[in-house]
Design a protein around this ligand. Structure first.
Ligand SMILES: Nc1ncnc2c1ncn2[C@@H]1O[C@H](COP(=O)(O)OP(=O)(O)OP(=O)(O)O)[C@@H](O)[C@H]1O
Ligand SMILES: [Mg+2]
Length: 649
């Protein structure tokens, strides 16, 4: 016998529902296939059989009319003889009246529609208690215990119970065992089948089992066939198949569409956008009356839905046979591209948070459906993924998306394509952020070459490329090369754009920074003022480019000993960055560090220390311990502490 795990609260709950409130005569355990509804009812009946002195009558609702079964039971088990001339409900009531003394538990296992059982229910406050298990959502008048999957610990416990004689098998691969539980979505049926299968196959490792499951999914033999002594009579696929058969074509299509999303909460708005031809209300009806009603779909919050991981795999397997499969895939891709294109150029932290719900799906589509994305949209998906992480200062995650982007654009579009150049640019930009200068340079150069060849010399993309390369050279201290490129950029931009354009302002700012590095302070200051004025006018105050520019100007003031002016600008830049990027971004850390340096040079050591600490913490988390920003911030802090008087403690 398999060990019964978890469900303590549920058992208690059931008991209270049926016993403590005398009004309730009927309680339903509801949930998807394989969840353990029948098992819970069994365990309940076993645990409380003593209080049901009138006996327990267990009927399988699917095997025939419930009324006939009740009468049959009464005839054979209780020797009752309801008069044949009564109609069936009356015969049932007759049996209830003359049933053996004491409380009775009537279990109706696996009920489809509530209407099937309604005519035969005992009167309220009678000694009969009815416990139903069902995959349906019944109406509000019935007390329902909504069952969920097992907790992670209980799931592992269930898996472990199959290895009582060879516990080392699971102990040695505990991490993989946990992954198995997760893959199975903590569904008891899946866990039991896999546990039994592994127990039978003594040479099969958990790792290999997980690999096979990932490959064959619900067709993997372990999930297919139950053993004779199990409560469940079917494998996972067959259990789900029962619900599938209740669906109409349009229900099926919706289920399959949902399976294309990631195994994560799905905003219903996205689903609607994928099916623009469908009527909103009709979709809602399918969602609520069919998928949700049959426990094939979970509601996770307002307008948020999710498929159980195994149901998701089930629907995916059905998708291959669906006529609209290709269309659905293409449609989802388009919707995800649209989501990215809607992100404003300089989004606030809130705007980033607002799209974070779409990120898992964006990743899923980019990984698995990229062949359904049009050439024009290709880089958008990767860009959206990478950029989401980049903006949070999570450069490593961002790099991997940008690297894939380059590989795929090259393969799909050939080496000489503007999208390839954009990919090169993006990747190089990230490499630069990670101080991988020598890797960045050839990519920038290649991008520039491609842009020039494909778009001609007179093109904004060429200007962007020149500017990027100049920034890189500046970071490497190659000032004269940088200067000539900045001038080229400016000339080009001025010929392409109207005088008042934020790109020109950014370019002026860059050149000013270069002058500052070359200690040409007067030229730097006047350019900075000009750039800042232009930016503020075109972009408003709440903008990252403005913050950068303020910061740059503050650097300049500081080096000239104009501390008060510098402080005001650093603080302003810091505030803007914190609002737009959050507290944990490397750019925020840079500002904190700068401000601390300023305080330190004024002898305000006590104020400097916490800022260094905060900055160092962010740098270490986001850029790693060896990045030059981290190293220099750590050194700053150590130097400062050398100057501070020793701590009295
Ligand atoms: N808490 C548990 N501990 C151990 N095994 C469990 C537990 N819950 C369920 N199982 C096992 O998982 C399998 C599936 O459970 P069960 O048959 O009760 O699911 P169900 O919800 O009734 O599914 P269906 O809707 O298909 O009837 C059974 O073999 C059962 O023994
Ligand atoms: Mg069942």
């Amino acid at each position: 016998m398999v060990k019964f795990v978890g469900r303590e609260a549920e058992l208690q709950n059931l008991h209270e529902m049926l016993q403590e409130n005398n009004q309730v005569v009927i309680a339903a355990i509801a949930g998807m296939g394989g969840l353990g509804k029948t098992e819970l009812a069994l365990q309940y009946a076993k645990a409380h059989r003593k209080i049901y002195k009138g006996g327990i009558c267990w009927l399988l609702a699917k095997t025939g009319d419930v009324g006939i079964q009740i009468v049959q039971f009464a005839r054979t088990q209780l020797d009752l003889n309801p008069p044949e001339d009564l109609d069936l409900p009356a015969q049932v009531q007759y049996c209830f009246r003359l049933w053996r003394e004491g409380n009775v538990l009537l279990v109706l296992d696996d009920v489809g529609e509530y209407q099937q059982v309604k005519p035969y229910l005992p009167a309220p406050s009678s000694r009969f208690k009815v416990l139903i298990t069902t995959r349906q959502h019944f109406g509000a008048s019935i007390k329902v215990l909504s069952l969920d999957v097992l907790q992670a610990e209980a799931a592992l416990e269930l898996l472990k119970s199959f290895f009582q004689e060879t516990p080392q098998r699971i102990e040695e691969e505990l991490a993989v065992a946990n992954q198995l539980c997760e893959w199975l979505g903590y569904l008891p049926l899946g866990l039991e089948l896999v546990g039994r299968y592994l127990a039978r196959k003594q040479d099969l490792s958990f790792t290999e089992m997980l690999r096979r499951l990932k490959k064959k999914r619900l067709e993997q033999p372990g999930l297919v066939k139950p053993e004779a002594d199990m409560t469940a009579q079917r494998g996972v696929l067959a259990a789900f198949e029962l619900s599938w058969q209740e669906l109409k074509d349009s229900d099926k299509q919706l289920g399959c569409l949902l399976s294309l999303f990631a195994a994560a909460p799905i905003s219903w708005k996205l689903v609607e956008q994928c099916l623009p031809e469908e009527d909103e209300e009709k979709l809602e009806e399918i969602r609520d009356d069919k998928l949700w009603n049959l426990h094939l779909l979970q509601r996770k919050g307002e307008g948020i839905y999710q498929l159980h991981p195994l149901l998701r795999k089930f629907f995916q397997s059905k998708l291959t046979g669906l006529e609209q499969a290709e269309e659905l895939k293409r449609s989802l891709c388009k919707v995800m591209v649209a989501v990215i294109k809607e992100i404003p150029d300089s989004p606030t932290l809130k705007e980033i948070n607002d799209i974070s719900f779409a990120i898992p799906h964006l990743g899923e589509v980019t990984r698995n459906l990229i062949q359904y994305v049009s050439d024009d949209d290709l880089i958008w998906l990767f860009f959206g993924n990478g950029w989401f992480y980049y903006r949070q200062g999570l450069y490593n995650q961002a790099v991997s998306w940008y690297e894939q982007c380059l590989e795929i654009t090259k393969k799909r579009l050939g080496e000489e394509h503007p999208s390839v150049a954009t990919s090169l640019n993006n990747l190089a930009y990230l490499y630069k952020s990670q101080e991988r200068y020598s890797e960045a340079e050839p990519l920038y150069r290649q991008a520039l070459r491609i842009f020039r060849r494909c778009l001609g010399e007179e093109h904004p993309s060429v200007a962007t490329s020149l500017n990027n390369l100049a920034v890189l050279y500046k970071s490497q201290g190659r000032y004269s090369e940088a200067e000539s490129l900045y001038h080229q950029t400016l000339v080009l931009l001025q010929s392409l754009l109207e005088e008042e354009h934020s790109d020109i302002a950014v370019s002026l700012n860059n050149l000013a920074v270069l002058y500052y590095c070359q200690e040409r302070y007067n030229e730097a200051e006047s350019l900075h003022q000009k750039a800042l004025e232009l930016m503020r006018r075109l972009l408003g105050e709440e903008n990252l480019d403005v913050a950068t520019s303020l910061n740059n100007l503050a650097d300049l003031y500081e080096s000239q000993g104009r501390y008060n002016e510098a402080e005001a600008l650093y603080c302003k830049a810091l505030e803007i960055k914190q609002r737009l990027l959050g507290q944990e971004h490397p750019d925020v850390a840079t500002s904190l560090n700068n401000l601390a340096v300023l305080y330190e040079s004024q002898g305000r050591y006590k104020e400097a220390e916490p800022l260094y600490l905060q900055a160092l913490n962010i740098f270490e988390q986001r850029l790693g311990t060896n990045h030059s920003y981290t190293v220099s911030c750590r050194k700053n802090l150590a130097d400062l502490r050398d100057r501070l008087p020793p701590n009295p403690e």
